[in-house]
Design a protein around this ligand. Structure first.
Ligand code: NAD
Ligand code: MG
Length: 328
């Protein structure tokens, strides 16, 4: 494993050069403000009719239309939703200067060949391992969110150096930047969110809730047990791994964890995880997601509606409204 820290960064390679950021959402806003506060020359490329134009200006950033904003850029960062990047690249590529660099925060568009970068353009990945809000907050507090770095195309011979300078500018080098490839970042990121972080965790919660409610227990009690208290456990895992969790839960909980956990996440679950991973690796998932977008997201909307109309959402909203100490 190769990890870079601030000592490995030569930020002078970006001195007096322009970083253009396309997109002002979760990652875009955090990267732009952190880079600006680090002393870099940042220009935003946004749609004039988009909601974020005024916000970026109010935040003190220079804002132009994407095709204009990329013209003088040494780095063009694509921080729009992954499904928008192909079209946006097509709209700006002719204005990107020879020898500039393309930067991504997730490898999807490049790895799945939605974008095939012009041969003269360095193409790099700086993927923060956390949401944009955290990338901004940690930076302001003098810390950073760890990042992954990868080089897809090194046209200049300095692609890695540029990527590390950008990572340092958003604060990531303070926490460490691990070298990876576009393939590894894309496939592990998709697998993580599908099998464990988002898909796996929510399905586990909902199945636990339904099991208790169908057995006649009160939905409110079930909600506290399987959704609300998850945060306490995740915080312990985040801070100190399995060891810290086991230190803070009761022996009864630890014993139950060890005998019952493997009964729930069993051999079949692992087989399904492998199948999910195969669909990611062979491009099946990407093809389906791209087709879903092209069709106007009918399945996405249907499934989202079902998720948000689940009884656990009604109980949860009611109970959370009484916990005024919860953050928005
Ligand atoms: P987002 O949805 O929060 O923001 C997207 C922004 O892009 C919008 O605010 C808007 O400014 C712009 N945009 C949207 N549609 C557009 C269009 N049609 N044309 C031009 N601009 C448009 O996106 P995000 O979550 O910040 O994701 C950006 C990139 O960062 C993605 O590649 C994503 O995979 C990656 N990433 C996200 C996270 C995360 O936690 N959100 C973490 C790591 C990497
Ligand atoms: Mg789910």
């Amino acid at each position: 494993m190769k990890m870079y820290s601030e000592a490995d960064v030569d930020a002078t390679c970006l001195d007096d050069r322009q970083v253009t950021i396309l997109g002002y959402g979760s990652q875009g806003r955090a990267h732009a403000l952190n880079l600006k506060d680090s002393g870099f020359n940042v220009v935003m490329g946004l749609r004039r009719d988009g909601a974020s134009w005024a916000q970026a200006e109010a935040d003190g950033l220079t804002v132009m239309e994407p095709a204009e904003a990329v013209k003088d850029a040494a780095i063009v960062a694509f921080l729009t939703p992954d499904m928008v990047q192909k079209r946006l690249y097509g709209a700006v590529v002719d204005n990107i200067a020879e020898g500039a660099a393309l930067l991504f925060a997730h490898g999807f568009a490049v790895h799945f060949k939605q974008i095939e970068p012009r041969r003269d353009l360095d193409t790099v990945l700086i993927a923060p391992k956390g949401p944009g809000g955290l990338v901004r907050r940690q930076y302001e507090e003098g810390h950073g969110v760890p990042c992954l770095v990868a080089v897809h195309q090194d046209a200049s011979g300095d692609a890695l150096k540029l990527a590390l300078a950008y990572a340092a500018g958003i604060g990531g080098a303070r926490a460490g930047v691990i070298e990876t490839t576009f393939a590894e970042e894309t496939e592990t990121d998709l697998f993580g969110e599908q099998a464990v972080l988002c898909g796996g965790a929510t399905e586990l919660i909902v199945a636990g809730f339904e099991t208790l409610v169908e057995a006649g227990y009160q939905p409110e009690v079930a909600y506290y047990e399987v959704m609300h208290e998850l945060k306490l456990i995740v915080d312990l895992l985040h801070e100190g791994g399995l060891r810290k969790m086991h230190k803070f839960i009761s022996d009864t909980a630890a014993y139950g964890d060890m005998v019952s956990g493997p009964r729930v996440v069993d051999g079949n679950s692992r087989k399904q995880m492998q199948a999910v991973l195969r669909d990611i690796q062979d491009g099946t998932f990407a093809r389906n997601w791209i087709a879903e977008n092209e069709a106007g997201m009918p399945e996405f909307k249907r499934m989202m509606k079902a998720d948000l109309e689940h009884p656990i959402e009604k109980v949860g909203a009611e109970l959370r409204s009484r916990m005024d100490w919860l953050e928005e």
